[in-house]
Design a protein around this ligand. Sequence first.
Ligand code: ACO
Ligand code: MG
Length: 126
Amino acid sequence: MKLTILRLTTLSDQDIIDLGKIWPEYPADTLQPDATHMLYAACFNERLLGAVRVTVNGQRAMLDSLRIRDLTRRRGVGLYLIEELLARHPEITHWEMSDQGVEDRAVMNAFMQALGFSPCAHGWQR
Ligand code: ACO
Ligand code: MG
């Protein structure tokens, strides 16, 4: 089975279960994506291993709530998810990742720098 990156446009019952494991703090009815609030997820064996929210505003996009499930961390999943999402939106010239809710700032900082982002006021930018 191959790891794939999906933009979720409608959520299946299974997606809602998987997203509930990724984001136990978010009620299911707050997750519905739309044209400007996108959800991208990394999928393996028909299960979502991690996800991120993307809010687009013109040529700028804000990322938040990136989380890869504990058991699959440090295997390149996060890097693949973000690199693929950036590649699918060449129209975006400015990317930011919010630091809101980040569990471990040092880990997130190392990860964002691996992606070529640098620290800014409320997170990281590129
Ligand atoms: N320590 C140091 N460097 C790291 C670490 C770490 N623990 N994790 C990643 N990196 C860096 C390394 O350079 C790594 O490359 P390497 O493994 O070749 O050295 C590079 O980032 C890429 O790592 P990936 O394996 O792609 O990262 P992973 O898939 O584990 O995802 C992430 C990284 C997203 C930071 C993950 O650890 C995670 O989800 N952490 C929790 C993030 C968080 O706080 N989310 C909550 C937001 S609020 C909310 O969701 C409601
Ligand atoms: Mg991983």
